[in-house]
Design a protein. Structure first.
Length: 196
């Protein structure tokens, strides 16, 4: 006859599972982010390839990143028991099952990254709406009395598009810098956690 596990045994097994899944999804998040960025032959980001065609294809890839980030964040929060102090034991007291401060910080890092990703998605959707609106304005150009007004708006939209692409380049540079911090945290967590 098999004796049932204690509640704490279930809790610990769930923690181990959630940590493994968080680690797996963190790696997927990182590689999905890197796949978004155009690279040159030396493996560096090719800013010149971040042009309008790249920007137009970005939405689908960034939505995939959003889904992976959300899943990773859920496992990350579950791994630290959603901050419930009555269940959590710190690593300093329990080297096998204790929660590392880096794990908690990794959760905050993932939340911030998810927020940035959702901002990018919202910006892309707004930009696409403006592009559709700009296209519908083409018909107005045929009317002589409105052509100056329409041309002026379309010039401003084009300038805004170019500025948006530059802003996205800057945003992605900041995300890369953040990933350096996140990867350090992740490396520490993987090195110290050894569930068996």
């Amino acid at each position: 006859m098999i004796t049932p596990l204690h509640h704490s045994d279930y809790t610990l097994k769930n923690r181990a599972f959630n940590c493994r899944m968080r680690n797996r999804y963190y790696e997927e998040v990182y590689y999905a982010f890197r796949a978004i960025l155009p690279m040159d032959k030396n493996g560096n980001i090719d800013g010149s390839a971040m042009d309008l065609p790249w920007f137009n294809n970005l939405k689908q890839e960034i939505k995939r990143l959003d889904r992976l980030l959300m899943t990773c964040l859920e496992y990350s929060q579950a791994a630290v028991f959603y901050g419930k102090a009555d269940i959590a034991t710190l690593y300093s007291k329990d080297k096998r099952w204790g929660i590392l401060q880096e794990e908690i910080f990794l959760g905050h890092f993932l939340q911030e990254l998810l927020s940035t990703t959702r901002y990018i998605i919202a910006r892309i959707e707004t930009d696409q709406m403006l592009q559709r609106w700009s296209g519908s304005m083409q018909d107005m150009k045929a009317k002589p009395m409105n052509s100056g007004f329409v041309s002026s708006i379309q010039e401003k939209l084009l300038a805004m598009n170019n500025a948006t692409i530059e802003e996205f380049k800057d945003l992605f540079k900041h995300i890369i810098d953040r990933f350096q911090i996140g990867n350090t945290l992740f490396g520490t967590v993987q090195e110290l956690q050894n569930f068996y």
